[in-house]
Design a protein around this ligand. Structure first.
Ligand code: PLP
Length: 393
């Protein structure tokens, strides 16, 4: 008996679809209806008083819930709109004009991060991109060798979005610290499905968002800063929320707060804070260890199903190296994905990865088998072809 299936009733879409896309957008918990209503009520009935009664501190209370999930102490996580913005906050603490101006990235990184850092070249950043070996792995020796005495930042995913490969974050952080560089660990594809402990890892920064494995919807990303590093950093991308006395509306230099608010700028995204809480609460209650255990079993089942049918798998076979997603490159994968969506099997497709299937704690084993049978049927009946025609027009 799979105990975690008791949570299915909390997610309305699970009754209507085969929902296997939690690496992209986790299913919405039923509790979000009430939370969004609560937000509307507070605005409608309390008006501007809502700021001091609850809204202002939501950035801390919700941030602390994330902190508990990633092994961070209370007060060390600030909330932002998206991960790309957190990179802007972090880089605004550093200067690329000196000799230590190198940024080491990998080519399997999420493209938004690559775009962001490549644009920092105009501000003096030197970029080195370490290439993958086989679409799945980054050669660890090449990556570690690229991190040298001139390296300022290493923005890197703990779990790669394309292949779900788990990188050796500990080795990367140790190497970076040995040469005086800072690591920005992107735990977006890890938190909620692979255990994360930022304190044990001693990473300088950790970033991620709510909308995937945390089932928290769009609009909230988190930024963890190592507590001993926090007071030494002065973000230039800042604003009145970072001020110790925001309501004094002082003219003059910013007097920065000492806690996570130090990394905030302007007015926070209150409705999104409300919407993300039910997902966070459920994941905390389920426990990431249990999610991980089930994920290893179900991703293995997907891999076995794909291999048995002769489809290429662009995800590590070793469970210790694999996050929550399996990327399957069957023939005509992009068109097959469109037909799967038409059949209410929700997955996605990424170039150089294939169809990405991401079971979460709420999925049944039968759904895994059903998704694989549907792919086989779409190929056997050539049902994918109508999408090829649609794409051609
Ligand atoms: C590992 C990783 N980092 C970053 C992002 C995107 O970040 P954002 O849109 O919040 O800037 C994604 C989105 O899929 C991702 O998988």
């Amino acid at each position: 008996m799979d105990e975690l299936l008791k949570w299915r009733d909390e997610f309305p879409i699970l009754g209507r679809t085969t929902y296997m896309i939690s690496n992209s957008l986790g299913a919405m918990p039923r509790g979000v209806y009430d939370k969004v209503r609560e937000y509307a009520e507070s605005w409608a009935t309390r008006g501007v008083r809502a700021w001091e009664e609850s809204w202002w501190d939501l950035a801390t209370t919700v941030g602390d819930k994330v902190a508990a999930l990633i092994g961070a102490p209370p007060g060390s996580v600030s909330l932002h709109q998206n991960v790309t913005t957190t990179q802007a906050v972090i880089t605004s603490c550093f200067d690329f004009s000196g000799p230590r101006n190198k940024v080491v990235l990998v080519d399997l990184e999420f493209p938004s991060i690559l775009y962001f850092y490549q644009e920092q070249q105009a501000r003096g950043a030197r970029i080195e991109i370490v290439r993958n070996a086989d679409g799945i792995h980054i050669p660890p020796e090449k990556l570690l060798a690229a991190i040298d005495e001139r390296t300022l930042l290493v923005p890197i995913s703990m779990v790669l979005f394309r292949s779900a490969t788990i990188l050796d974050a500990r080795a990367i952080i140790e190497r970076a610290h040995h040469v005086g560089a800072h690591v920005v660990l992107d735990v977006f594809q890890a938190t909620g499905t692979v255990p994360v402990d930022v304190t044990a890892l001693q990473t300088d920064f950790a970033v991620g968002g709510m909308l995937k494995w945390l089932c928290g919807g769009p609009g909230v990303a988190y930024l963890y800063v190592r507590p001993d590093l926090c007071p030494k950093l002065a973000p230039r991308f800042t604003g009145w929320f970072a001020h110790k006395r925001p309501f004094d509306f002082e003219v003059g230099p910013l007097d920065r707060r000492d806690d996570s608010f130090r990394f905030l700028g302007g007015t926070t995204q209150i409705p999104a804070f409300y919407a993300c809480e039910p997902g966070l609460d459920i994941i905390r209650e389920v426990g990431v260890a249990r999610v991980r255990e089930k994920s290893i079993r179900q991703t293995a089942r997907l891999i076995a199903g794909a291999k048995a049918r002769g489809w290429r798998v662009n995800t590590p076979a070793d469970p210790a190296e694999r996050g929550g997603t399996v990327s399957i490159e069957c023939p005509h994968a992009a068109e097959v994905m469109r037909e799967l969506l038409a059949r209410d099997v929700l997955v996605d497709y990424r170039p150089k990865a294939g169809i990405r299937l991401s079971p979460h704690f709420y999925n049944r084993d039968e759904e895994i088998d059903f998704a694989m049978e549907q792919i086989a049927d779409i190929l056997a009946t050539r049902a994918w072809e109508r999408h090829a025609v649609a794409a051609a027009h």
